[in-house]
Design a binder for this molecule. Structure first.
Ligand code: COI
Length: 354
């Protein structure tokens, strides 16, 4: 065992749930495909490769991930068109998973192993991949510590699982976001650039306060001064100011989004100027006021491109230009939707099909 998945045990469900799903009305993350891939890390290697019906897990209440949060995840999507399955930049997701693993003192997963596991799972559950333009199969790989030990140390055992959910849009309407100037998502030297479960837990309370004030999401700012825009928690953030695409540079506190880097590369290939740099809150507010801010949107796997309609700051709501007028984000969303389903030329080698 270790890196070769040929010993995988496959048990198919006898009770597929697929006929219970209304594929035209799928809530995000609440419907689960029939099967999941599971493997264990023990004695310094990955073993017990298995695809089996999606089911509950049984654990000791003492497993360390429940107490100290050694838990990381990824998010990617699979698409289907004319009977073929497509994945988008899965290799990049698994590379990021391994970077998160390193930061959180968790074991490396060989790329080929996880790629083979994903392809086998997606082949078994291919009927679960929606065919239409707005829906897809969200793939959730994750790893968590399983040592039964209440002292603090890196676990020596882990479980890695991939399960899938057919999904529609993560956000169903243009967003109202609030610039956060008190709480912090991530600080220098912390784990902001890892896809660690605890980052999301830490965001919940400030996000709940923003929800109570009528916002969907926060725009996080830097932890030192709350002066620079960072990200939006479920996605990276991008602005079009004076025809240029501007997005915060990766500073160690921002999640290095796969959609973020795809948008940057695509837009550059169209000859549009892109700036990855620090963006001051005041620069964005000034650009709104003087009419040079043309677009603001989030970019993420679950959200794809999520339009921002309103930005709130210190009690004032700023309305942004109307969404149909937004040339770059609408064009990039259409392009991504087509590229991911094999309908645009993939000159970057991002798409796998099987
Ligand atoms: C993703 O976009 O894949 C994420 O992990 C965000 C999550 C909150 C759904």
């Amino acid at each position: 065992m270790g890196t070769d998945i040929s010993s995988i045990k496959i048990t198919k469900t006898e009770n597929s749930k697929i006929n219970q799903v209304d594929f035209d009305n799928i809530p995000f993350g609440k419907v689960f495909a029939d099967h999941m891939f599971v493997m264990d890390y023990e004695d310094g290697e990955w073993k017990n490769f298995e695809i089996k019906p999606f089911q509950d897990l049984t654990f000791s209440p003492a497993i360390s991930s429940l107490h100290y949060g050694q838990s990381i995840f990824e998010g990617m999507k699979a698409y289907r068109k004319n009977g073929k399955t497509y994945t988008f930049r899965a290799k990049d997701n698994f590379e990021r998973l391994n970077k998160s693993a390193e930061r959180m003192c968790m074991p490396h997963i060989p790329n080929q192993l996880v790629k083979d596991a994903l392809e086998q799972l997606l082949t078994i559950d291919k009927e679960w991949i929606p065919e239409n333009e707005t829906n897809s199969l969200y793939v959730r790989p994750f790893m968590f510590a399983t040592d039964e030990y209440v002292g603090i140390r890196p676990s020596s055992t882990y479980k890695f699982i991939i399960f899938c959910c057919p999904v529609g849009n993560y956000y169903t309407e243009p967003l109202r976001v609030k610039i956060e100037s008190h709480y912090t998502r991530a600080a220098n030297g912390g784990v902001g650039e890892a896809k660690a479960a605890g980052n999301y837990a830490a965001s919940l309370y400030p996000a709940k306060l923003a929800n109570e004030q009528g916002y969907h999401q926060l725009l996080w700012t830097d932890s030192n001064e709350h002066k620079y825009i960072e990200e939006s928690g479920t996605m990276n953030v991008m602005f079009v100011i004076d025809g240029k695409l501007i997005t915060p540079s990766l500073s160690g506190t921002i999640l290095p989004g796969i959609t973020r880097k795809s948008v940057i590369e695509i837009v550059k290939s169209w000859g549009i100027e892109v700036e990855e740099r620090k963006i001051e809150v005041t620069e964005v507010l000034e650009a709104i006021k003087n009419g040079t801010l043309e677009e603001a949107f989030g970019a993420g796997t679950a959200a794809t491109i999520a339009q921002i309609q309103t930005i709130g700051h210190n009690g004032t709501d700023y309305e942004l230009p109307s969404i149909p007028e937004r040339k770059i984000s609408n064009r990039v969303l259409k392009f991504l939707n087509e590229l991911k389903r094999g309908q645009e030329e993939d000159k970057w080698g991002w798409i796998e099909t099987f």
